[in-house]
Design a protein around this ligand. Sequence first.
Ligand code: ZN
Length: 307
Amino acid sequence: MATFFQSVRQGFGRGGNNKSNNPPKSPAQSSTPQHQATMSNSPSISSSLSVETQANDPEGPKYFFQEKYAPLNVRGNFLTLCACPKNVELGEWLAHQIVEQYRLLHGMLQVIQEVNSVTGLPICNENTCPTMSAGRLTYTWLVDGRAAKISAPKFINRVEKWIVSKIHDPVMFPTEKVNGTPETSAIKEANGASTTPSDPANPDDWIGKSSGFPPTFYKDCQGIMKQMFRCYAHLYHAHWLNPFWHINKHDVLNMCFVHFVTVSKYYGLVSDKEMEPMQPLIELFIKQQRVPPEALNGGHWAQQAAT
Ligand SMILES: [Zn+2]
């Protein structure tokens, strides 16, 4: 009986209606990368080259991987938002985290889905993004067992629908009362039987079991987070400059992404290999401890063992 998660889901509308497209007013235009950019690390490129040109060049510098372009609009430790409270079952907590991460990502995706009144097209459209790319990497979509290259807006639309359907799937994310007496996490911890992501010694136990989540729950969470990561990778590689930098929303994007990475690492939800396209920025966030050290090296389970 995922009562905690039920209360979370009640505040989550199908498809989301979070209108957060009011960008903060851009500060003085002199702070745009066009003016700040120095070409010191690429002497062969003419200094008159615009940032736009470089941004479209997969070989060009990635501004979002540079420390000076990676501010956040908040201070504080994301661990406090991500660590599972003692009185909440881990499955319920993960379900809550998934919904929260989707809410944040959806807000960022709405920024590139905004329709330009002149062209009548969204910022991310079939022409700008004919494939779901992140730098030189292209993500494909499985159609009848075959990997198909579809445009980024199509890919993102399908991912969003898929995630929303998962969140509203009563089997994967149950909110109905289930029979039996749920174990409390406190009892589990006392018995030393806390569930790890893969616990071969205890195949009859799984994350979320006591709250009525299915055995595949943790794997499903990983699948959802992987697709969310791909959306972030596209947001950065294809749209960091336009529109996020131009409308001064890159710091909000960073805030959402640091939060996402912290949760992913803390609960082992997205593999390091999958995260490769964003590795330089993730390393920067780790160096700055914006992704807290507790989220690394075993994260949740290491923290549990240590207390
Ligand atoms: Zn795009």
